[in-house]
Design a binder for this molecule. Structure first.
Ligand SMILES: [Zn+2]
Length: 280
């Protein structure tokens, strides 16, 4: 059949059982009342799931983590120095629609006022690895905008202090940080694995099962509450809280580096060296 079609001159009838329609969705955005609005920390997680399943791991895990962090920050008496803007993105699974619409709607001034974007998409994979976005491109050849290496470094330092091994994961544009890095905004974040297969080395480091998917229910109906590692969610949520609060209190490590000055490049090179030393 396939060969006949390839040879040409053949008519085929195809019937597809699918829904194609225009729908509307929303981003849910909440920000701190205080903090400098010219150094905004945008913290994002997508709120939708694929139609096939409830999406508790992808991305209930990230959405719930940043909701809890937002609630905890709201209950604190200290004011953040920089404004923190929490965003629950809509329609990520349909092509980063929510975050893309948000970034597209920003004026050049508003883009300049965003210091960084932190993204948390799948942070409770049952067969997890602790992945940190490879801001400096040292492991994956896809660096984020200048400043992203400094964000990665905050996560690397945190996990090193906890004696928890981590790996780099590529800035491959598969989640909502994509529109931000495309606008030149430094970004970073965490991930615990999707459809890729855990190696023997990873199983030795993180536990779990070698030869199986990090998330066996990735984009499937079985992505329910049973499809979560609470240990991974706990560790990654703490790291997220650490990074969010760090950048809520100072963005000096990223300010001025996003324009690619010589000084910034040298700092990034030094950090890259450190990052390689810390990474296991
Ligand atoms: Zn996702």
């Amino acid at each position: 059949m396939g060969e006949d079609l390839a040879a040409g001159g053949v008519m085929a009838k195809l019937s597809v059982d699918a829904v194609s329609e225009i729908r509307t969705t929303d981003n849910v955005i909440a920000e701190t009342l205080g903090g400098r609005d010219d150094r905004v920390v945008v913290v994002g997680a997508h709120l939708d799931s694929v139609p096939e399943g409830p999406g508790i791991q992808d991305n209930g895990s990230g959405s719930a983590a940043i909701l809890e962090i937002a609630l905890q920050m709201a209950a604190m008496t200290t004011e953040p120095r920089n404004k923190v803007r929490f965003a629950w993105w809509g329609a990520e699974e349909s092509g980063l629609q929510g975050s893309q619409a948000y970034v597209d709607g920003l004026t050049p001034r508003e883009i300049k006022n965003i210091a960084l974007n932190l993204n948390f998409d799948m942070i409770g994979s049952p067969n997890f690895v602790r992945f940190v976005y490879d801001g400096d491109g040292s492991a994956t050849e896809a660096a984020g905008p200048n400043g992203s290496s400094n964000i990665e470094q905050v996560f690397l330092d945190y996990f090193a202090a906890q004696a928890l091994p981590v790996e780099a994961t590529a800035f491959d544009g598969r989640s909502d940080y994509g529109p931000f890095i495309a606008a030149g905004i430094p970004a970073g974040g965490l991930f615990t694995g999707a459809e890729d297969i855990k190696s023997e080395e990873e199983a030795a480091l993180y536990g779990g099962i070698a030869g199986e998917q990090y998330d066996p229910c990735y984009h499937l109906a079985c992505d329910t509450y049973d499809n979560i590692s609470l240990q991974a969610l706990d560790q990654m949520s703490d790291a997220a809280a650490h990074a969010i609060y760090t950048f809520a209190m100072t963005t000096s490590s990223i300010n001025g580096t996003d324009k690619g000055s010589d000084k910034a490049k040298k700092a990034a090179e030094a950090l890259e060296y450190l990052g390689n030393k810390l990474r296991r």
